[in-house]
Design a protein around this ligand. Structure first.
Ligand SMILES: *Cc1c(COP(=O)(O)O)cnc(C)c1O
Length: 385
């Protein structure tokens, strides 16, 4: 990814952030994404939902609600949050529901998507007439390179395969759901849809709605939105269905940074800076995916004069962000901005090592910085007993 890609995030000024570490979400940048998504909704005649799994910073939901049609939840707690803070449509999906999960999903959702035929059989009498029910399918068409994020990888537990559906009792199923993409373009959707149309035609002809899942990188520069709109219209017109998309990333990419402070600088075969944040506790994708996040002013190792390994605050030996180089030496107390940290971070933090969770700061459309949440000791204690 080029510097250009991240350039909107350079306007976030770490000196204006009251608390370190802090997530800093720029509502103006969020609104830029939401406007693009609203335009897609209008031109394609579809509904776009925020996938809370990727971004659930609910103090931004009044803004989100101005543009999108609702939210999609992957657990009862997310469904409740969507109902309480976002309103509008709430859609639920989970790989499996317990009896109590299902009760909660029923209470808070407009749509419930089941992951398997046994789950549908188990709950259909309970849900019939109360919500619109859908079935998640597994098109068994692979587009995602990293297996960790590929719902169509061999032995996937996500969705019903074509061969299982042939003789199934689907009376009462009103929707079809697939989610096969991750950070991909509309070309990947086009190939997926071709497979879905070929292998699930009977179901498409029966249902009232089709949910294309998430993973559509709609707000990314270069994403072919005209093709997306064409594909949505094709499905709408051919099968006479409503079409939903439920991206997470596309709502929150390029909307925020993690502001952190250098706490110490040591040497072990080269300089190491220890930060007041943590890869494992705050940005686990850095280690899971893995990838090296971009930092303002930080170049690849050796590109600039002063080189550092940047490490986190937990005792995990591998809690490092990576190697970076800077024009000037880092000093204790310096603030750094880790770029593009709104999505799959704030929702994924843990209290490992009891490290301080980053505060949440919002920048409003007039450029005012406001810390909207801090996480005191009680937050840590409340999660244990
Ligand atoms: C993760 C997920 C999404 C959101 O995916 P993004 O990559 O964040 O757009 C939507 N639907 C389902 C079922 C998911 O698992």
């Amino acid at each position: 990814m080029t510097d250009d890609y991240f350039s909107p995030l350079h306007r976030i000024d770490p000196a204006k952030v009251a608390v370190s570490p802090s997530w800093v979400v720029d509502l103006g940048l969020l609104e830029d994404n939401l406007k693009i998504l609203k335009d897609v909704q209008e031109r394609a005649g579809c509904k776009i939902l925020l996938a809370l799994k990727g971004f659930a910073t609910w103090s931004t939901f009044p803004l989100v609600a101005k543009y999108l049609s609702g939210a999609t939840a992957s657990s009862p707690h997310e469904a409740q949050l969507a109902r309480e803070e976002l309103g509008k449509e709430v859609h639920s999906y989970a790989p499996a529901y317990s009896d109590s999960d299902l009760d909660a999903a029923l209470k808070f959702s407009d749509h419930i998507v089941f992951n398997s035929l046994p789950q549908w059989q188990r709950y259909k009498s309970k849900v019939k007439g109360k919500v619109s029910c859908g079935l998640r399918i597994n098109p068994e068409h692979r587009e995602v390179e990293v297996a960790l994020y590929d719902p169509c990888a061999p032995r996937s537990r996500l969705g019903v395969r074509g061969e299982e559906i042939a003789n199934a009792d689907l009376d009462g199923i009103e929707g079809l759901h697939f989610h096969t993409l991750c950070e991909l373009g509309s070309d990947a959707l086009e190939r997926t849809l071709a497979v879905v149309e070929r292998n699930f035609k009977m179901l498409l002809e029966k249902v009232k709605w089709v949910n294309f899942g998430g993973g559509h990188h709609i707000t990314r520069p270069g994403y072919d939105r005209d093709r997306l709109i064409r594909l949505i219209k094709h499905v709408r017109d051919t099968y006479n269905v409503d079409v939903y998309l439920e991206p997470g990333e596309a709502i929150a990419i390029r909307t925020g940074n993690l502001v952190t402070t250098v706490l110490d600088i040591i040497d072990n075969d080269g300089k190491i800076a220890i930060l007041d944040c943590s890869a494992t506790a705050h940005m686990p994708d850095v280690l899971e995916m893995p990838y090296r996040p971009e930092i303002i002013g930080g170049a690849k190792p050796g590109e600039k004069k002063y080189n550092y390994l940047l490490g986190g605050l937990t005792c995990l030996a591998g809690d490092v962000l990576g190697e970076y180089s800077f024009d000037e030496p880092l000093e204790v107390g310096d603030r750094l901005s880790i770029l593009d940290m709104s999505h799959y971070t704030i929702v994924k933090t843990s209290n490992f090592n009891g490290v301080q969770l980053p505060a949440i700061t919002l920048i409003d459309q007039d450029g005012n910085y406001k810390t909207v949440k801090e996480f005191p000791y009680e937050t840590f204690k409340d999660r244990l007993s």
